[in-house]
Design a protein around this ligand. Structure first.
Ligand SMILES: *Cc1c(COP(=O)(O)O)cnc(C)c1O
Length: 399
């Protein structure tokens, strides 16, 4: 039967009926270990009892009222996010791309309100991914995402990854800020060196620019800090969040300092669904768990165990895996075979993962993963590597 959906996704021939913790089950009961987490979204795994309770209780009270009225859950979640970050103010969205749109608009309006409306350009980095709206594909700058959609939205100047001289050269009288993922996700799990993050902060201070971090994928404890910018000891002016903050409920947020948000006055931006009571109930419930003492230590511990295991497997299968990359539970391996082959071999071993740029396979389990799950995943990764080696040996023998 032909599908009535847009054919924009290359979906695996796999559907799940039920999820529990780090596991997903197909209709016939086959169990998969979920180290994709819906692309780093299911931060607390599937059907976490605290999230199910928060969502179902809210569903029995009120679903949606719009931003015409007070939404107490927004006030609460914004207060908790600002208390636990650099930020003073929050705008809630439905997705990562919308959080980035708000971040870009906030930066442009800051300079407008400061009397420099000509400052609207943002410096971005090769390999970046910021979403699929017209502005965010221009920010990401990937030709494959821009092709055929008309002139790219103006206002983004892209420089090579981790090239400070290029950043300095790109700063001009129209520059408003620098937009960066502290750990590139889609681009292939490339962490920005901490010294580079500090140098970008210093450049922003020197030139009156805003530093915007895109933590849509690496935020909310994924790297073993609540926010990835914390690793470098600096603070941004604006931050985009989504993915893990909703634990599977679609939501995002743009956070800013009091100073950076000064142009976003009454009426200049809006959303119908953003910050709706269902999303806020789940977002607050995610934070209840993530902010529990010891939770982030657990992420770091599991990340270390996973990294050591992956390094061992990489040593044992140098023909399959070149290097291990990432931070915390945002891990990946750069492959020597096409990454699609490793993704398929892992799926055959019932381990779910996500391909990324630079021939990388992303392994991003729910943050509630236990040592026994990590060890089970490592066994399946080892088995997948052996299967690929056996297939290559067969091909050589028959050639
Ligand atoms: C996924 C992602 C986005 C886009 O989020 P959507 O919810 O798909 O719009 C933006 N930036 C980064 C770093 C991402 O990983």
């Amino acid at each position: 039967m032909t599908s009535a959906l847009y054919p924009t996704f290359a979906r695996a021939d796999l559907a799940f009926e039920r999820g529990e913790g780090v596991r997903l089950f197909t209709a016939d009961g086959t169990e998969y270990l979920d180290f994709a987490s819906g692309i780093a979204v299911n931060s607390l795994g599937h059907c976490h009892p605290h999230l199910v309770k928060a969502l179902t209780e809210q569903a029995g009270r009120v679903w949606h009222v719009s931003n015409l009225y007070q939404v107490p859950g927004q006030e609460e979640l914004a207060r908790r996010l600002t208390e636990n970050s650099f930020a003073d103010a929050v705008f809630f969205t439905n997705s990562g791309a919308e959080a980035l749109e708000c971040a870009i608009k906030t930066a442009r309006r800051y300079h407008y309100a400061s009397g420099s409306p000509e400052r609207y350009r943002l410096i971005t980095f090769e390999g970046a991914f910021h979403g699929r709206t017209l502005a965010t594909i221009a920010a990401g700058g990937q030709p494959k995402y821009l092709e055929g959609f008309g002139p790219a939205v103006d206002g983004f100047d892209q420089v090579p990854f981790d090239d400070l001289d290029a950043v300095r050269a790109a700063i001009g009288p129209q520059t408003a800020g620098i937009l960066i993922e502290p750990v590139q996700g889609e681009g292939g799990l490339r962490p920005v060196p901490f010294a580079t993050m500090r140098a970008l902060r210093a450049l922003c201070d020197e030139h009156g620019l805003l530093l915007i971090v895109d933590e849509v994928q690496c935020g909310v404890a994924r790297t073993g800090k609540l926010f990835a910018y914390e690793w470098s000891g600096i603070e941004p002016d604006i931050m985009a969040l989504a993915k893990g903050i909703g634990g599977g409920f679609p939501m995002g947020a743009c956070l800013a300092t009091r100073e950076a948000v000064k142009g976003m006055v009454h009426g200049v931006h809006g959303t119908t669904f953003g910050g709706n009571p269902l999303a806020m109930a789940v977002g607050n419930a995610v934070l209840d768990v993530v902010l529990e003492p010891g939770f982030i230590d657990h992420v770091r511990e599991m990340g270390l165990r996973f990294r050591q295991g992956l390094a061992r497997i990489a040593d044992e299968h140098p023909g399959i895996i070149e290097t291990v990359r990432g931070e915390g539970l945002m891990m990946g391996v750069k492959c020597r075979v096409p990454n699609k082959e490793l993704v398929a071999a892992l799926q055959a071993e019932r381990l779910l993962c996500v391909g990324a740029g630079d021939n990388v396979v992303r392994l991003m389990p729910p943050l509630i993963v236990e040592a026994s799950d990590i060890d089970a995943a490592l066994d399946r990764i080892d088995a997948a590597c052996r299967a690929l080696e056996a297939a290559a040996a067969l091909r050589r023998a028959s050639a």
